[in-house]
Design a protein around this ligand. Structure first.
Ligand code: APR
Ligand code: PHB
Length: 395
């Protein structure tokens, strides 16, 4: 089979890229190694920068987000005995939207189905060939066990951190910068109305905790745990007790409820550059991972894909290579900004392991940083610009 752009991966990056291309009359085919049901059931992040909301709206997948999503004009930061709010609108004139990545994925898949666009679900053995030539190809085994080939002008590697695209780029060309953290997030989805109107990020001597939400009746909460901890060690009662201690503050109570999903996710910062090799372009988690503090992962993916989509459309419509040539360098500027912000938020809010000799010193640094950012207008503005994504223009 032949198409203009072969897309590997049907996460938010691959699906949104296909949507952008289709809007401008550029053909694509997606190959995805999971089933559609699996992709639709994954629970992921849920805070969308205003610029990312604009991209989704511009490409016809913003209606439900505007109807069912929640606009948040601020965020709470907390430490023992104190909860303070940063007002995004007052600080920088922008807001964020709280709307699950799962819902964005659903909206994008529905748009693909409505356009009768091709997605091969449940493939195996995906491989990218000849990306450094004029005739790249993606091969795979389809869900019936038959071999398939997609010949294309370009390949978009949108297959996340564990995909094959990044590894297609020779080691001699790839530059990886990474760090791991001595903690992880235990996340739960709970069938209970949020106990807060806006997100709460809390520093506590027992570890970080966060209160987020998905709707008026569904809450999303997180606890800092050790990266080698096992979810089997965490009964629902133990999770709620931990959340209640770490998020508790005088006069406010955390409401608990049935747990719908729970899992532990390790945290890392990772950037692989360049984001292009010949006719292969990487976007989203295939090229970079941020720790979740600050919710940048999905937003970075949307910014990459907007930029890549525009570059491919410019090539097909105007015959210009200029944006394709600038893609990697310009996308990486936002990637490093978000990597820094996520690392900084993570460092400010997570307690060091008990055996770290710098732990008590670091706690004082963290408290000083939290007091400063929630009281100094210039510091609050910097946080608000980074959090809402307005710190850099959207591509
Ligand atoms: N062949 C085909 N598809 C693959 C392969 C492969 N070899 N390997 C992985 N995939 C698929 C995955 O199953 C997944 O559906 O690629 C998709 C990648 O999607 P994501 O991991 O969601 O990455 P991305 O679309 O870049 O979205 C980034 O998602 O993971 C979160 O925190 C991240 O919010 C961020 C956003
Ligand atoms: C979420 O709602 O899942 C969420 C919110 C904010 C974060 C990370 C995750 O920083």
């Amino acid at each position: 089979m032949r198409t203009q752009v072969a897309i590997v991966g049907a996460g938010p990056s691959g699906l949104l890229l296909a949507q952008i291309l289709a809007t401008h009359g550029v053909e694509s085919v997606i190959v995805e190694n999971r089933s559609q049901e699996y992709v639709l059931a994954r629970v992921r992040a849920g805070v969308i920068e205003h610029g990312a909301v604009d991209v989704l709206s511009d490409y016809g997948v913003g209606d439900r987000l505007h109807r069912e999503g929640m606009r948040h004009d601020g965020v709470y930061f907390q430490w023992p005995g104190e909860r303070r709010r940063i007002d995004f609108v007052e600080s920088c004139g922008h807001s964020v939207w709280v709307y699950g990545q799962t819902e964005i994925t659903k909206d994008l898949i529905n748009a693909r189905v409505a356009d009768a666009q091709q997605i091969f679900w449940s493939v195996s053995d995906t491989a990218i060939h000849d990306a450094d030539t004029g005739q790249p190809r993606v091969t795979f085994i389809d869900s019936d066990g038959n071999p398939g080939t997609v010949q294309a002008d370009y390949v978009a590697g949108c297959d996340g951190f564990h995909g094959v695209s990044r590894a297609t780029i020779p080691d001699s060309i790839r530059n990886v910068r990474e760090r791991s953290y001595p903690y992880a997030w235990l996340g739960i989805l709970a069938d209970v109305a949020p106990s807060t109107d806006e997100l709460i990020y809390a520093l506590h001597p027992d570890g970080f905790a966060m209160h987020s939400m998905r709707s008026a009746t569904i809450s999303r909460l997180y606890l800092q745990v050790s990266p080698d901890d096992d979810i089997a060690n965490w009964s629902d009662d133990r999770i709620w007790a931990g959340l209640s201690t770490r998020l508790g503050i005088g006069g406010w109570n955390l409401q608990s409820g049935p747990t719908l999903e729970k899992s532990i996710t390790p945290m890392r910062s990772f950037v692989s550059a360049p984001m292009r090799w010949g006719r292969l372009f990487l976007a989203g988690d295939a090229s970079h991972i941020v720790p979740p503090t600050g919710a940048k992962g999905l937003n970075l993916a949307i910014a990459d894909v907007k930029r890549l989509g525009a570059a491919l459309v410019a090539k097909y419509v105007d015959g210009s290579d200029d944006l394709l040539d600038r893609y990697s360098g310009e996308a990486l500027e936002r990637v490093w900004r978000s990597t820094h912000f996520s690392w900084w938020m993570t460092s400010m809010l997570h307690t060091s392991p008990a055996d770290d000799p710098n732990r008590e010193f670091m706690l004082q640094m963290q408290l000083a940083a939290l007091r400063h950012v929630t009281s100094n207008p210039a510091a609050a503005r910097d946080l608000a610009e980074n959090y809402t994504g307005s710190v850099l223009p959207y591509p």
